[in-house]
Write a protein that binds this ligand. Structure first.
Ligand SMILES: N[C@@H](CCC(=O)NCCCC(=O)O)C(=O)O
Length: 256
C-alpha cells in the first residue's frame, strides 16, 4: 500500500511543563490538550520536552506541522519582560520559558502554525516584546479573571465572562459574531501588547483576550481562555481548532 505523505495526520507538538514529581523532573502535558488535537484537529499529538540545551529548534520545526502552546499553572518569569519580581510562592517553569520563548519566534518566522492557549498567549506576547500584569484582579477597574478553585472542574472551566470580537481580524472571520462567552482561569494578563500584534478580542475591562501576528507567514492565534475544555461541544472552540488543523494539514501536504 502506498501512503502519500499527505495521508498522514499532521504532527502537532505540545511543549511540556517541566515538573518535579518526587525527585525527578518530568516533561508533561494535560490530556485535554492532547484530546483537542486527536478529536478536533485530527492530528498526531506529541509532547515536546522543553529541553532548550538538548533540542535544536531547526530539528523540531523541520518535522512538525503545528504547535499547540498549552496553558499551565506556572507563570512566565517576570525577568523576561522586565517586570517586578513575582509574589512569593508563585509557580514558575524556567525550563519551559527558556524553550518556548525562542521557539515561538523561530516558529513564526518559519510559518509553522501556532495555536496558543492561556499561558501560551502570555508566552507569545512576551516572546515578541510585550509585557504582563501578574495579578490582574488587583488592578483598579479590572475583573477577577481567576477560577474558583473550590468549585468542580466543570464549574472552573465553565462559562465565566463575555469578550468582544474586534472587527476585521481572524477571529471575526472565523466566528462571525461580535461577542462570545469564554471561561477564565488566569491571574496574569496582557499589559503591553507586543509590537506588531493585532488584538482580536477584549474583555469588558479592556484586557486583551486574544491576538494574532498578522505579519507572520503562517496561521497563528493566541487566546487567553481554554477552548480545549470540552472542545467538541463548543462551536467557537471547534472553529478555532479546525482552522488550526487545516493550516497544519496544508503544511504537511506542501512540506511547509
Ligand atoms: N499561570 C498563568 C496561566 C494560567 C493558565 O494557563 N491556566 C491553566 C491552568 C491549567 C490548564 O488548564 O492547563 C496565569 O495564572 O495567568
Amino acid at each position: 500500500m502506498v501512503v502519500r505523505m499527505s495521508d498522514r495526520k499532521p504532527l502537532i507538538a505540545i511543549p511540556a511543563d517541566a515538573r518535579l514529581l518526587g525527585p525527578h523532573v518530568f516533561h508533561a502535558a494535560a490530556e485535554k490538550y492532547l484530546r483537542a488535537v486527536t478529536d478536533v484537529v485530527g492530528g498526531l499529538p506529541f509532547i515536546l520536552p522543553v529541553m532548550a540545551e538538548q533540542l535544536s529548534f531547526d530539528d523540531v520545526l523541520g518535522r512538525v506541522d503545528g504547535i499547540l502552546l498549552p496553558g499551565s499553572p506556572s507563570n512566565v518569569e517576570p525577568h523576561h519582560y522586565d517586570g517586578p519580581p513575582s509574589a512569593p510562592d508563585t509557580a514558575h517553569d524556567p525550563a519551559r520559558d527558556a524553550f518556548t520563548l525562542p521557539l515561538i519566534q523561530a516558529a513564526l518566522a518559519r510559518g509553522v502554525p501556532i495555536f496558543a492557549i492561556c499561558r501560551g498567549l502570555q508566552e507569545m506576547n512576551v516572546a515578541l516584546g510585550g509585557s504582563l500584569h501578574q495579578r490582574v484582579q488587583e488592578l483598579p477597574g479590572m475583573q477577577d479573571h481567576r477560577e474558583d478553585t473550590t468549585q468542580s472542574l466543570e464549574v472552573q472551566y465553565g462559562p465565566s465572562h463575555e469578550v468582544s470580537i474586534l472587527p476585521g481580524g481572524l477571529l471575526a472571520d472565523l466566528l462571525g459574531q461580535p461577542r462570545i462567552l469564554v471561561n477564565s482561569l488566569h491571574w496574569q494578563g496582557v499589559d503591553r501588547l507586543a509590537p506588531g500584534l493585532r488584538a482580536e478580542a477584549v474583555a469588558d475591562d479592556g484586557l486583551v483576550e486574544a491576538f494574532t501576528v498578522p505579519s507572520a507567514p503562517g496561521f497563528n492565534l493566541a487566546v487567553q481562555w481554554h477552548p480545549e475544555w470540552h472542545a467538541t461541544e463548543n462551536p467557537v472552540s471547534m472553529a478555532m481548532f479546525i482552522a488550526f488543523g487545516d493550516a497544519c494539514r496544508l503544511r504537511r501536504q506542501t512540506g511547509g
